[in-house]
Design a protein around this ligand. Structure first.
Ligand code: NAD
Length: 493
């Protein structure tokens, strides 16, 4: 259907639900106490649905269902190929519904439709990848000739609690669901309260693919209620969390009494370091994409750009010009490059950082609400130059379309600037000096470095951060390791 707004005619997905329930033990259910919370969409900030607000009682039910499926159901006992077949069916279904998924995700989160489509496809790929990996899995055997054979039993752990953020929600859920399920665990997913819409599709997809009842459970609700109950549930031995570093710290403390396995993918303030010898055209294109794609609501956003003095003025001028050409628009419009930020609270946070930035750096593009957008959570791509490393906009994660540019004179200074924040998720390095490229990359405190490259993922490589950006690495076999126990068996010959 179409809706007329200030920006013209607007596409609104057909058949939007007006309420979302939990999914527990193969059934859609309301909260035990009947409580719900409001969900807004970011273009009008109107409440468009009510979601069930899960509490401890609902989490208890979901964990019981998942535990029953783990202890008594077929899923953990299937051979990898059998589970893999179901995961491939899940991937096929996700892929066949990518347009619908993207439309809903874009409506609920404000992501540009073309980018939401890319995320739906990545979600399918996450299932395929782990489906293939568990079939190819080989475990260690060690022989002491004539004396012993020692081998490894790899076992699923139990009920995995999956807690996910509102940025690219469906894809990030798949990044946890894929390996957790492939390895034979059962799960309780607690999606982000700002964006529960796309997660509500999982149940139907899993049923259609033939996932046994109770293997997948979903509880909606607030972090401090449903999320907290999951973290503190004694029958949930694993928590995989993606979100803010401060939330990660709290979850770490709350899980400590239970000695849970924790995977923490947290915030970032990733540098893009541009040396004077770099291919400047490529560096500008990539660093524009790196912070303005996904509305800048991206954990690996290159939100600080460090530029060598010799090309600094030219870089800033060209970068600002290009930032002004980035198309802000309705999330459902295929021409849009930056849509609406997810929620008015987040919008207020991003805009308050822009105001702070005006006192800390030199504004060269954007600076707040773009012209012609009087309502909705729209922010013009915003660029600050000459930002000192002491600035809050240099140090703190803004998680919006805002970038800080800082000059440097020497490689040592570039490294000190790059590493001079509490985060260490990603880094981007632009140089054509081969030796420097590799040595500088190694010296950067970041879990992932992209060298003369945009942010592209290879699912086999480690994914995760250092310092305040995370604990533990997933990706490839590392995810399999997180979701399984490895038991050593020693046999005397
Ligand atoms: P958030 O920490 O506010 O919330 C994340 C999830 O945790 C939500 O589901 C929320 O309900 C839940 N939660 C909140 N408090 C909780 C508690 N006390 N106990 C249990 N669960 C709780 O993060 P957000 O604002 O949704 O997401 C944005 C953040 O996520 C940014 O910092 C971003 O960098 C980070 N992020 C990191 C990665 C990564 O892979 N490293 C990826 C995407 C996003």
């Amino acid at each position: 259907s179409n809706q007329v707004t200030q920006q013209g005619t607007r596409h609104v997905p057909a058949d939007l639900p007006d309420r979302i329930q939990h999914y527990i033990g193969g059934k859609f259910v309301d909260s035990a106490d009947g409580d719900t919370f409001d969900v807004l969409e970011p273009v009008t900030n109107d409440v468009y649905l009510q979601a069930a607000a899960g509490k401890q009682a609902d989490v208890d039910r979901a964990v019981d269902a998942a535990r029953d499926a783990f202890l008594n159901g077929p899923w953990p006992r299937m051979v990898p190929r059998e589970r893999s077949r179901i995961l491939h069916r899940i991937a096929d279904i996700v892929e066949s519904r990518d347009a619908r998924l993207a439309e809903l995700e874009s409506f609920d989160s404000g992501l540009p439709i073309t980018q939401a489509l890319g995320q739906a496809r990545r979600a399918a790929e996450n299932f395929r990848f782990f489906a293939d990996l568990v079939v190819a899995q080989a475990d260690d055997t060690f022989k002491v000739p004539g004396r012993q054979i020692n081998y490894v039993n790899r076992k699923p752990i139990g009920v995995a609690g999956l807690i996910t953020p509102w940025n690219t929600p469906f894809m990030l859920e798949s990044w946890k669901l894929g390996p957790a399920l492939a390895t034979g665990n059962t799960v309780v997913l607690k999606p982000a309260e700002f964006t529960p819409l796309s997660a509500s599709l999982w149940a139907g997809i899993f049923e259609e693919a033939g996932l046994p009842v109770g293997v997948f459970n979903l509880v909606n609700g607030l972090g401090e209620e449903a999320g907290d109950a999951l973290v503190k549930h004694p029958d949930v031995p694993l928590i995989s969390f993606t979100g803010e570093s401060s939330t990660g710290q709290l979850i770490f403390a709350n899980a400590a009494p239970y000695l849970k396995g924790l995977s923490m993918e947290l915030g970032g303030k990733s540098p893009a370091v541009v040396f004077a010898d770099a291919d400047l055209d490529a560096a500008i294109d990539a660093t524009i994409f790196g912070v303005f794609s996904l509305n800048g609501e991206r954990c690996t956003a290159g939100s600080r750009i460090l530029v060598e003095r010799a090309v600094y003025d030219e870089f800033v001028e060209r970068y600002a010009e290009q930032a002004k050409r980035v198309v802000v628009g309705d999330p459902q419009d295929p021409r849009t490059e930056v849509g609406a930020l997810v929620h008015p609270e987040h919008y207020d946070k991003v805009v308050s950082y822009i105001e702070i930035g005006k006192t800390e750096g030199r504004l060269v593009a954007g600076g707040g609400r773009p012209e012609g957008f009087e309502t909705g959570n729209y922010v013009a791509p915003t660029v600050f130059a000459d930002v000192p490393p002491s600035a809050r906009i240099f140090q703190e994660e803004i998680f919006g379309p805002v970038v800080a540019i800082t000059p440097f004179d020497t490689e040592e200074e570039a490294l000190a600037l790059a590493n001079g924040v509490r985060y260490g998720l990603a880094a981007y390095v632009w140089t054509n000096d081969l030796k420097r490229a590799h040595n500088f990359s190694q010296a950067i405190e970041a879990g992932m470095v992209w060298l003369n490259s945009n942010n592209v993922r290879d699912l086999r490589t480690p994914f995760g951060g250092v310092k305040a950006s995370g604990l533990g690495h997933e990706g490839g076999y590392r995810s399999i390791d997180f979701y399984t126990d490895q038991q050593a068996v020693h046999v005397t010959l």
